[in-house]
Design a protein around this ligand. Structure first.
Ligand SMILES: [Zn+2]
Length: 108
């Protein structure tokens, strides 16, 4: 376990994290083959841009659409792998349950 290299996130969190795909997105040109910012920082940054910059939002949607039409098999295969991960299914199940509960809690 101790042979996993540690890497400091250059984003706002600045944490030391294992340089693995779990904490960092893949980036083949960077050290250890992962991004310099952790997933959390990148996601947060992207989410903020997504909400604050309509052009960026459009850009993301267009990219997603383009990559689907370019390579639908690969996208489908990725989705299949994604949904076959038990922790993803569990997270989704919890999320769905919370969503339903919230929905149910709304007084009629
Ligand atoms: Zn970070």
């Amino acid at each position: 376990m101790s042979d996993i290299p540690q890497k400091r996130c250059t984003g706002p969190c600045g944490r030391m994290l294992p340089a693995t795909m779990e904490f960092f997105k893949r980036h083949k040109d960077c050290k250890y083959g992962v991004h310099s910012q952790c997933r959390e920082c990148i996601n947060k940054h992207n989410r903020e841009r997504y909400h604050n910059e309509p052009e960026y939002c459009e850009h993301c949607l267009a990219l997603n659409r383009a990559s689907w039409s370019r390579n639908p098999e690969r996208k489908r295969a990725n989705a299949k792998v994604y949904w076959s991960r038990p922790e993803i299914r569990e997270r989704h199940r919890v999320y769905e349950k919370a969503r339903r509960m919230k929905h149910k809690a709304v007084p009629l």
